[in-house]
Ligand binder design. Structure first.
Ligand code: PBE
Length: 268
């Protein structure tokens, strides 16, 4: 590529996240679909990706990251998704709540709430933004619950408190799922009197944990596309309680000061 191409500017690197994320698989597919042969997808974590983005943005340096919505990066920074004319990153999907088999019988109160739980991208972004701005996840979640009393009370209306019973929720340290999982934990504890343990794992073990009953559930399943392979393998051993959030997006994201608009521009 030309000496001043985007590729040369960013050392032909796309800053990725954890290897278990569906977004990484989608990005690898994009690199094939768009013939980005000399490019590298850098593995790391959500936290490492946002740290690299924060630094590059501060220095007004070019950077390409794997991005998704809901995410605070789009409110804290001026960012754009690169157009994806081949549609590799797919269309809108939903975030689903998935629980282990038997939860309904053993923890009917938790099951009833988890089945009811659903919120909006704006809700989730508010919690994410507070955490990105320095609040602890449990504090940001508690504050959201306090400020959204009416919505929260609807989720738990008519459900019997469980008086100290233990529950375990699995999640991956994706910023979106740190936010949702902490809100769900807060509601289960404050409103339904459960004792909730959070288990932070990689995406594969999160799915496996729910399927073999090691954990009670999770609110972090991106379907039907992003976690399709996990769902295909383990779907028959879990219970899908359906969407808890609609209106997501995945793709490659860049600061708006970069003068590219499409994944196709990475070839030049
Ligand atoms: N994400 C955030 C996840 C799902 C939630 C888009 C980084 C992924 O598996 O790619």
């Amino acid at each position: 590529s030309a000496p001043n191409s985007v590729g040369a500017q960013v050392d032909h690197k796309i800053i990725g996240i954890d290897p278990g994320a569906g977004l990484m698989k989608a990005t690898e597919k994009a690199m094939k679909d768009y013939d980005l042969k000399d490019w590298e997808l850098v593995e790391g974590s959500s936290a490492a990706m946002t740290a690299a983005l924060t630094q590059a943005y501060k220095d007004k340096k070019p950077i390409i990251v794997t991005g998704w919505t809901p995410h605070w990066m789009f409110s804290k920074f001026e960012m754009k998704y690169l157009e994806d004319p081949k549609g590799t990153f797919g269309k809108d999907e939903q975030i689903h709540t998935i629980v282990r088999k038997g939860l309904k019988e053993e923890h009917p109160s938790a099951y009833a709430f988890l089945d009811k739980f659903s919120w909006t991208p704006e809700d989730m972004e508010k919690v994410m933004l507070d955490i990105a701005s320095g609040k602890k996840p449990d504090e940001a979640a508690a504050e959201w619950v306090k400020n959204n009393e009416a919505a929260v009370n609807k989720w738990v209306e008519g459900i019997q408190p469980a008086e100290g019973k233990k529950l375990t929720l699995a999640y991956v340290a994706w910023d979106s799922e740190i936010a949702s999982t902490n809100v769900v934990k807060t509601v289960l504890e404050q409103k339904l009197k459960y004792k909730v343990e959070l288990s932070q794992v990689e995406a594969g073990p999160m799915w496996v944990g729910v399927s073999n009953g090691d954990v009670d559930g999770m609110v972090a399943a991106w379907l039907p596309t992003t976690h399709a392979d996990y769902m295909e393998k383990l779907g028959k051993d879990v219970e899908d309680l359906g969407p808890n959030l609609q209106g997501t997006k995945l793709g490659l994201a860049v600061p708006t000061y970069m003068e590219i608009n499409s994944i196709e521009d990475l070839k030049k």
